[in-house]
Ligand binder design. Sequence first.
Ligand SMILES: Nc1ncnc2c1ncn2[C@@H]1O[C@H](COP(=O)(O)OP(=O)(O)O)[C@@H](O)[C@H]1O
Ligand SMILES: [Mg+2]
Length: 353
Amino acid sequence: MSSKKINVGLVFGGDSSEHEVSIKSAKTIYNALSDSGNNKRYFVSPIYINKCGFWGDYEYSKSILLGHEKSNANIKITKDTANNLSNLPKAINKIDVWFPALHGPNGEDGAIQGLFKLTGKPFIGSGILGSSLGMDKIAMKSILKSFNLPQAPYIYLNKEDVLNTFLMQSIFDKIDKRINYPCFVKPANLGSSIGITKAYSKEELIKAIKVAASFDERIIVEKFIEGRELECGVLGKSIMRSSVVGEIKFETDWYTYESKYNENLSRTIIPAELNIDISNKIQQLAIDACKAINAFGLARVDFFYQENTQKIYINEVNTLPGFTKTSMYPMLWEASGLKLEKLVASLIEISRE
Ligand SMILES: Nc1ncnc2c1ncn2[C@@H]1O[C@H](COP(=O)(O)OP(=O)(O)O)[C@@H](O)[C@H]1O
Ligand SMILES: [Mg+2]
């Protein structure tokens, strides 16, 4: 490796439920950075974190990335070695820039961003604040509200509130008045639709709260917005750009875990068929939402669009969106004229701004 090359620490895997998706995202990024246009400028150091939190060395990580893990599975994971930062590979001192290809808790919520910050090296994507605000749906929605950005009405509760009959009565009253049925019940800190229920009645709501509470202390109940699901990519730091808008169509009642990860049950339409005013508004709102929560670098902002009222609602900001070949974020940029190889290089340059 030439010493002039920028050493990119590509961190992937992790102890979240999106471990496998993360490996696929990392593969896509690795291949794009190894492309002949990029490999003169960048050298990629893959760093795999297994499901116990063990950080693999270069050889092991690369073998996972290339799918040869069995032949190279020479690292034993014991309780003593799991989740121990002393296992960080020594080579991390040589990293010039961090590229987290992680999703969900620990990867997307500010935890690893804090660690990157302590190494004193730049990293791709949002910092600690934007990452944690993007991860926690209650925090995110309260910031969006304070910026007067459009979103579905919601209420939130804590796991312990369920034990307080008096408090629960007032919550049910609020739901009857402001939210009604069906409504969406979600754990505040998760992704991939895990732990989410669409509740059609009070009985289903009670069950749904229990489900959400088994994943998180913090629970959010949202008004059901009947509309199209649109997504927009954001790229940049001092100057933010939005991609074309894409649409998700699915065969299930809503965009569930099942339809997210089964190609036969969902598809994307890029660009979405929209009138130009709506599309412009969504592109502007995507940037506004990122600025509100202090997300930058990259983000995918998801929306509901109600055609009959022409109303747009922000659903969420994903600060480390999926990055596989068939993921919305890279596809949105490709359709906006930025090929994958250029996109990953831009992300690195933006982080070094
Ligand atoms: N308020 C809502 N109205 C209509 N559908 C919703 C609402 N909230 C969530 N959904 C459905 O649930 C899916 C997952 O919800 P989301 O909040 O995006 O969670 P996740 O972070 O797991 O992706 C959405 O893509 C949508 O299909
Ligand atoms: Mg979502």
